[in-house]
Design a protein around this ligand. Structure first.
Ligand SMILES: C[S@@+](CC[C@H](N)C(=O)[O-])C[C@H]1O[C@@H](n2cnc3c(N)ncnc32)[C@H](O)[C@@H]1O
Length: 262
């Protein structure tokens, strides 16, 4: 038994032990990685976490795992890829390796280009059950003459209807930083938030209204806020008391509904 629309101030391993098997529609999260920051209680037993996610996720559910690599002794750690391969080894499909492109990253030094992106891995439990793609207008639409060559090499013309919209590519562009990632000042008391727009795009793509979203590393509460605003139910875990308090304070003005139970 677990309350919905609530952040559990504990290790996500413990929350997942109590979440009913196959009850979560989608996971959106960004794990702590490579000891890059001191999160007041860092703990990442990766294999147990992946097994827990596999247990709680419905068939066709998707995990969006936002992660990057630290540069150590002049080279990248490779954490992102080793985590992706671990998900694969433990039964997930690596459904799509999407890119979270930062329009305005922190400048970096050394003999490499500025680090502009993180990965947004989409791991799925079987084929994804929900996909509501973001689309953009096509340049040319309406009726068009399509040509193809017949057997004897003759050209045939056919009128076809071109669609007005097409799905976008898997590189998503975001501006980040103070006042941009979110307007909630309190969220910046956490050192590593992802932009609200990223949460919005991912939750809309891989879930429907009324679905249940889980974030095992809730941080400042971005996933909860956007899930709530998109009429999804949600559960979060956050190991740090300080960040749980920040997230709850941030969510106060948005979350006015009662708790549900499953
Ligand atoms: C990268 S941050 C997440 C930030 C979040 N996406 C946001 O927008 O605010 C990762 C968080 O995971 C928390 N954490 C680390 N290990 C954890 C664990 N085992 N269970 C739950 N939370 C954990 C850290 O305290 C940190 O706040």
């Amino acid at each position: 038994m677990i309350d919905l629309n609530k952040i559990y101030n504990e290790n996500c391993i413990d929350t997942m032990d109590r979440i009913t098997s196959e009850s979560i529609d989608m996971v959106l999260t960004s794990p702590p990685y490579d000891n890059l920051r001191d999160y007041n209680g860092y703990d990442l037993p990766l294999e147990r976490i992946i097994k827990g996610l596999y247990k709680v996720l419905k068939k066709g559910g998707v995990v969006i795992w936002v992660v990057g690599d630290k540069t150590e002794n002049g080279s990248e750690t490779g954490t992102s890829f080793s985590q992706a391969l671990k998900f694969k080894e433990l039964g997930f499909n690596v459904h799509d390796t999407m890119i979270y492109y930062k329009n305005n990253p922190m400048p970096t030094t050394g003999k490499r280009y500025h680090q502009h992106f993180e990965y947004m891995f989409a791991f799925s439990k079987g084929a994804p059950k929900t996909f509501n793609p973001i689309t953009e207008p096509t340049k040319y639409n309406g009726l068009a003459n399509m040509k193809n060559r017949g057997k004897e090499g003759t050209l045939n013309y056919k009128k076809v209807e071109r669609t007005k919209e097409k799905k976008v590519g898997n590189v998503f562009f975001y501006s980040v930083g103070g006042g941009i990632s979110t307007k909630d000042k309190i969220a910046y008391q956490h050192p590593a938030i992802f932009p609200e727009k990223l949460a919005y795009d991912q939750i809309k793509t891989w879930s429907n209204k009324g679905d249940l979203i889980y974030d095992p590393f809730m941080g400042s509460g971005t996933t909860a806020k956007i899930a709530h605003m998109l009429n999804r139910k949600w559960i979060g875990s956050e190991i740090s008391k300080k960040y749980t308090e920040i997230a709850n304070k941030r969510l106060e003005e948005y979350i006015k509904t009662n708790l549900f139970s499953i």
